[in-house]
Design a protein around this ligand. Sequence first.
Ligand SMILES: Cc1cc2nc3c(=O)[nH]c(=O)nc-3n(C[C@H](O)[C@H](O)[C@H](O)COP(=O)(O)O)c2cc1C
Length: 183
Amino acid sequence: MEFNEVIQNRRSIRHFTSQEVEQDKVDQLIDCARLCQSSKNRQPWSFMILKGQEKDKVADIMAEPFNEESKEMFGYVNTVQYSADTIKRAQLLIAVFQVCEEEWFAPDLISMGAAIEHICLECVNLGLGSVWIGDICFNERAVSKYLGYEQLHLVSAVAIGYPAEAPKPRPRKSREEILLSKK
Ligand SMILES: Cc1cc2nc3c(=O)[nH]c(=O)nc-3n(C[C@H](O)[C@H](O)[C@H](O)COP(=O)(O)O)c2cc1C
């Protein structure tokens, strides 16, 4: 696929078919993350591939704190449950961890975002659908503990599978709205 088509065609995909994602495609996604640029070339990332019951358990842990009672306290409750449901519909989940070095936290976090986007774009190239799951951070410590890497910062996850939907482009600001002129 032409690079510009990849950019144009990427959407957040939240419904997936039951078709398994081939291991060579999973390997290619991790390679694309690996090749990402990073601040000072620190490559502060580690990735974990989760499938089946382990993936679904992550979804359950993530949504756990947000019960009926807390619904009134947090406006974002429903989106966390919605994201957990999306993870369950996906074939696999890539959990994305950042090494914890306080003095490098901000530049490393930006690098993490770049690597995640590499994965999402390569999904399009491979005919896969993906959605970036930032909501995983709401119960980050519990999920990291379950996965056995409490010493790392669980930044996000990417839910992946073959798409079962083809959403229209979501609204974007115009070029005029985002371009500044020097004052
Ligand atoms: C940092 C970040 C965190 C996100 N977290 C979630 C999430 O937890 N759950 C979800 O369903 N979508 C999540 N998304 C997807 C956005 O909702 C989506 O990108 C946005 O609505 C625009 O839609 P599009 O990706 O189809 O263009 C996240 C995207 C980013 C960049």
